[in-house]
Design a protein around this ligand. Sequence first.
Ligand SMILES: Cc1cc2nc3c(=O)[nH]c(=O)nc-3n(C[C@H](O)[C@H](O)[C@H](O)COP(=O)(O)OP(=O)(O)OC[C@H]3O[C@@H](n4cnc5c(N)ncnc54)[C@H](O)[C@@H]3O)c2cc1C
Length: 308
Amino acid sequence: MREIIIIGSGPAGYTAAIYAARAGLEPLLLASSVEAGGELMNTTEVENFPGFPEGIQGPALMEKLQEQAEKFGTTVAYDDVTELDLTGTTKKVILGNGESHEAHALIFATGSAYRKLGLPDEERLSGRGVSWCATCDGFFFKEKTIAVVGGGDSAMEEATFLTRFASKVYVVHRTDTLRASKIMQQRAFDNDKIEFVWNSEVIGITGAEAVEGLTLRNTVTGAESSLDVGGLFIAIGNDPRTHLIHNTLELTAEGTIAVEGRSSRTSVSGVFAAGDVIDPTYRQAVTAAASGTVAALDAEHFLAALGE
Ligand SMILES: Cc1cc2nc3c(=O)[nH]c(=O)nc-3n(C[C@H](O)[C@H](O)[C@H](O)COP(=O)(O)OP(=O)(O)OC[C@H]3O[C@@H](n4cnc5c(N)ncnc54)[C@H](O)[C@@H]3O)c2cc1C
């Protein structure tokens, strides 16, 4: 029986592991079999993580976080959690290989997944012009012509934000009406740098080393056309990875795991949650890392109280 198990190997999971390990809790971190390292494994340059003034590649940053967690006594296992039993005081975790592990406390740091268009070149050009995060990557598109896909509030917000850098922003949307709130729509309509491409879907992304253009299909006529852009921001939604705990932990209206106030305490005693899986708003590496710290400290206090 372990003191603590952490599920997830993104910035939240590894930061929780660094704190828990330094507190002598010898955590087991379950890192996933194919997606170890979390979302930053899908990007190139990260320029906004504090402490790296010259920037750092996403995978290199995750390697450093893992190294720091292991240095203090974290055990990392590369497998997916397929089942959880959170009913008793002992938390039970079952892995894809059939192994089971038990602990007094559990930190859930499984992140959230940006929805993808499902195009063959989307992954290949991720971090090379294809992005899901204007806050993270907008800076790289100074004086470029780019496109945003989506019609909701986040698409309007990203498009408006990106006009600070880009010389022109196309908003490509499947229909001729937006889901975004009126105020967000108006802000985008009033912006001279934004042009809407209505009734259109992206069916291809071109470029050998980086994005050079898009192939569009008109959803009414079926006609295909091309659009020269140096970047594509996909803003069609986000899904917190909560499938393991549906009907077990309380969720918020946004689908994230509900936590008590500024803590990481979930609706089940001894279960803590951190990072993008509890965050409908900020979703940054450094906010996820900070949230991992909160979870480790909460878990540490919980375990200390158990031993009293
Ligand atoms: C392309 C891209 C570029 C980005 N660039 C930046 C940037 O420049 N700066 C910045 O601050 N942020 C950036 N972000 C956002 C940042 O990556 C996230 O906010 C951050 O990674 C969230 O950390 P997390 O630990 O909460 O979750 P994640 O990084 O999503 O990690 C969660 C981990 O849990 C694992 N997991 C899920 N389910 C299971 C399971 N059942 N068993 C085991 N493991 C499981 C996942 O596989 C994953 O490895 C970017 C995101 C993307 C997609």
